[in-house]
Design a protein around this ligand. Structure first.
Ligand SMILES: *Cc1c(COP(=O)(O)O)cnc(C)c1O
Length: 382
């Protein structure tokens, strides 16, 4: 058996859903996309949802929909996937990175409060591993500076914050999801933006297809011909296909079941590691009910006198493929060149040195998880 840190769960009914769509009249964006959007909107309890090609496209459009002046400042946390910061640059803004809490890898909100300025137009908190940031406080800090809030919830579909689903946008302007195969549910590739703001919704719809509209209510031309369409802004082809949406929609039906299993796996690791002085599973905050996308373990390699690299390679030989989430964005050569310094992020650096993501996906049995844990412990103690 080969274990990896994450993996999609595709069953016969998922295959059937895609095949049914393949035999229908629509292949690209059509009725299945609509149904997928409605099902996510209903689930998270939000007014509008816009499906797009992937999570990065969702972040890109979310930033563009705000129509910020070039040179604006966008803040995100450094311990994330590059896309969380890249989307600010796509929108011709300047990215500012904030350090993270060394235990949860969530944005350090004290530091956000220090770093936010009059130039900050958008804050992009990342719900690392599926656990929501303290959104009430994020909103409060951003609100004081009239900055928008976009939640990067690529990890967090199915998660709750203060008893409400992430994506409801109670404390944000937009929330962004990803349906990449390693995420909690998948559509092959795919992303979605949720919002309660009608203007942002209209803008997102336009940007998703070239900035072009055929909607008679929006056209500038009086008495337009039947073939008439108009391009109103510089948009993209970021459409999701109906094939992908059919898969995503079918996966939504299983989300609660996936969540239960993911929480059970994390609980198992947590119990087993409780007696270890070397391994800690990332804490769950009291306001959070996470649908864990990752199971991040923090391992004290210094104390163990073994390098993380050696541990990683040994486990690979035993068919356990861990991953590290993430190399902090400020360490990437591209961001180094923009002037980010390694010294400014002690929390993220420490988290990065210790973190490995343990296998966590619904098709793992608890027997498998026990096996994985035993292998890890035996390699650490050797
Ligand atoms: C996966 C991910 C994205 C990007 O999603 P894609 O669908 O892969 O483009 C953005 N932010 C975070 C935190 C992610 O993990």
């Amino acid at each position: 058996m080969r274990y990896s840190y994450g993996k999609q769960t595709i069953q016969k009914d998922d295959v059937d859903a895609v095949v049914r769509t393949l035999k229908s009249d629509w292949l690209t964006q059509g009725p299945a996309v609509r149904i997928f959007e409605e099902s996510v909107a209903r689930y998270v309890n939000v007014r509008y949802a816009v499906a797009v090609a992937n999570g990065t496209a969702a972040l890109h459009l979310a930033v563009l929909a705000l129509e910020l002046e070039p040179g604006f400042e966008g803040i995100t946390s450094t311990l994330s996937f590059a896309a969380s910061a890249n989307c600010v640059l796509y929108g011709q803004g300047n990215a500012k990175l904030v350090d993270v809490d060394r235990d949860t890898a969530l944005m350090d909100l004290d530091q956000l409060e220090e770093k936010i300025s009059i130039n900050t137009k958008v804050v992009i908190p990342v719900h690392y591993a599926g656990q929501s940031c303290d959104m009430r406080r994020v909103r409060k800090i951003a609100g004081k500076h009239n900055a928008y809030v976009i939640e990067d919830a690529a990890h967090a579909i199915g998660s709750e914050y203060r008893k409400r689903k992430v994506g409801s946008c109670q404390y944000s302007d937009m929330t962004v999801f990803s349906f990449h195969p390693v995420k909690t549910i998948t559509s092959g590739e795919g992303g979605m933006i949720t919002t309660n703001n009608k203007k942002l919704y209209a803008k997102l719809l336009l940007l998703r297809t070239h900035g072009i509209t055929k909607d008679p209510k929006c056209l500038k031309k009086k008495n337009p011909e039947p073939w008439w369409y108009e391009m109103h802004s510089l948009g993209f082809n970021y459409r999701l296909t109906d094939l992908q949406a059919a898969l995503g929609q079918n996966q939504m039906k299983k989300l609660e079941r996936f969540k239960k299993k993911r929480r059970k796996i994390v609980e198992y690791y947590r119990k087993r590691s409780a007696s270890s002085e070397f391994i800690t599973i990332v804490n769950e905050r009291t306001e959070s009910n996470a649908c864990w996308h990752l199971c991040p373990a923090l391992i004290d390699f210094d104390k163990l006198k073994i390098t993380k690299r050696k541990f990683f390679e040994r486990l690979q030989k035993k068919n356990v493929n861990l991953q590290v989430h993430y190399i902090p964005i400020h360490k990437q050569p591209y961001y180094r060149n923009l002037g980010f310094s390694d010294h400014d992020y002690p929390g993220a650096n420490q988290f990065y040195e210790k973190e490995v993501s343990l296998p966590c996906y619904p098709s793992l049995s608890i027997l498998d998880v026990g096996q994985v844990y035993n292998i890890i412990v035996s390699e650490l103690e050797n």
